[in-house]
Design a protein around this ligand. Sequence first.
Ligand SMILES: Nc1ncnc2c1ncn2[C@@H]1O[C@H](COP(=O)(O)OP(=O)(O)O)[C@@H](O)[C@H]1O
Ligand SMILES: [Mg+2]
Length: 224
Amino acid sequence: MSVISFATSKGGAGKTTACIVLGTTFADQLKVSIIDADPAHRVNRWAEKGPYPKSITVIKCADENRIMDVIEAEQEKSDVVLVDLEGVASKLNSYVFSMSDLVIVPTGDEQQDVEDAILTLKQIKLDSRASRRDIPAKVLFARTKAAVKSRLEKKLNKQMRDNVDCFEAELKTRTAFSSIHNSGGNLDSLPSDVSGVDKAKENAREIAKEIIATFQQAKQEAVA
Ligand SMILES: Nc1ncnc2c1ncn2[C@@H]1O[C@H](COP(=O)(O)OP(=O)(O)O)[C@@H](O)[C@H]1O
Ligand SMILES: [Mg+2]
């Protein structure tokens, strides 16, 4: 059904982590497909680490000629289709944007992250023009400090929030989120020595809820 992609030109911004964490969170209640469309195939590496919920299907496809067919096929099968992208402006990314109900743009609250997020939003705007459809995009502050932000971080964070659509909740820097890459599975299957799992689960659920609310609002606006 709904297609959500993860994009920003900044490497290490948290695209793949957000994709896996949100995918496994949605999988508690929904059928989820995760399409690994980054040639580095980090989602696939996670999938190979260990068992993940049965309600998740992982598909590797970084082929621009096949990606739209793959997305359509997964939309038939799943409630939500997540697409993890490489941080580049490419034909493949444009095709994925054109089919996305929401593009999530993860960013930190440092200057370079914010600049890259803005560039990515501009790229999505160009793709919106090309496909004659407003492609919904929303910034997700990710890998941000769980503790208090510095004055500069607060300023950049606020500037972004004042100017573009952002998720209220942030995917904070947490060991539980980085550990999922090493252990595979979901937040429930992490080794017992990983701390802060409950907080991480709560954090992931907050964002998942906001995504669902964003879709509900878009539906209402479409009817009005
Ligand atoms: N919220 C987070 N908390 C802790 N570590 C994170 C978080 N997000 C990303 N990381 C770590 O940062 C690195 C880069 O993140 P990744 O999701 O692969 O970025 P991208 O896909 O944008 O390149 C990974 O090693 C991951 O473990
Ligand atoms: Mg990635």
